[in-house]
Design a binder for this molecule. Structure first.
Ligand code: ZN
Length: 222
């Protein structure tokens, strides 16, 4: 299952698949549900290209590694390079907007945190970043007024509103671009609201980015 960036009609977008750059702890309600400290500056991590898979297709989760949690996030696809950019120049670098899951092996992450070790084993495993198709940026008027939600087996688990982000999309892209150059084809994961919890093989998943897309998929065995 080779992953390629796609548009709403299923056509491949002509951007090489890059890395995912993710922000952690960007919604207060999620910080509270895990009892984490509020970051004094944005918490960033990266998932490699091998983490991507198509959100619209059934995706596998790791077995026998403890709980694998959903984190539904607004995902941004970049079309131009950003290095040490300012917040007022980053919008023009976005190709489009979609949805992604920042799948997280929560038990493993907890034990890595306790040992002071990096999170990659819990966050960057194969297929840890299912992403939807992308809707062109021109179709959005305000990226800080997007509503999104996740249902598992018909029960609402997450609702998000981008107005509640601690670090806005423009500030986040600028901050990220000072830490690592963002390249065309990279995806930015903008953080999860509350409602993270374990996924099971066989779960049916419905995700929505209000007014723009709905995704129906399921969890399968690795
Ligand atoms: Zn996340």
């Amino acid at each position: 299952m080779t992953y390629l960036h796609k548009d709403a009609s299923g056509h491949t977008i002509d951007l090489e698949v890059g890395k995912a750059v993710c922000i952690g702890r960007n919604y207060m309600d999620h910080i509270n549900e895990l009892g984490n400290a509020v970051p004094t500056s944005p918490l960033l991590f990266i998932k490699p290209k091998s983490a991507f898979c198509d959100f619209a297709e059934p995706f596998p989760i790791p077995q026998q590694q403890g709980e694998c949690h959903n984190e539904l996030e607004v995902a941004l696809l970049l079309k131009t390079r950003l290095t040490k950019a300012s917040a007022d120049e980053v919008l023009s670098a976005i190709w489009g907007v979609g949805l992604g899951l920042d799948l997280t092996l929560r038990d493993l992450q907890q034990s890595l945190k306790e040992k002071g070790q990096p999170w990659e084993r819990a966050k960057a495993f194969d297929y840890s970043c299912p992403v939807s198709h992308f809707v062109p940026i021109e179709q959005f008027t305000d990226l800080q007024d997007l509503h999104f939600s996740l249902d598992i087996n018909g029960v609402r688990r997450q609702t998000g509103h981008t107005a509640l982000m601690l670090t806005s999309i423009c500030e986040m892209l600028a901050f990220m671009s000072h830490a690592f150059t963002l390249l065309p084809g990279d995806v930015v994961m903008t953080g999860t609201p509350k409602g993270v919890g374990p996924l099971q093989v066989g779960d049916n998943i419905d995700a929505s980015l209000e007014s723009y897309m709905t995704i129906s998929t399921s969890v399968v065995k690795e």
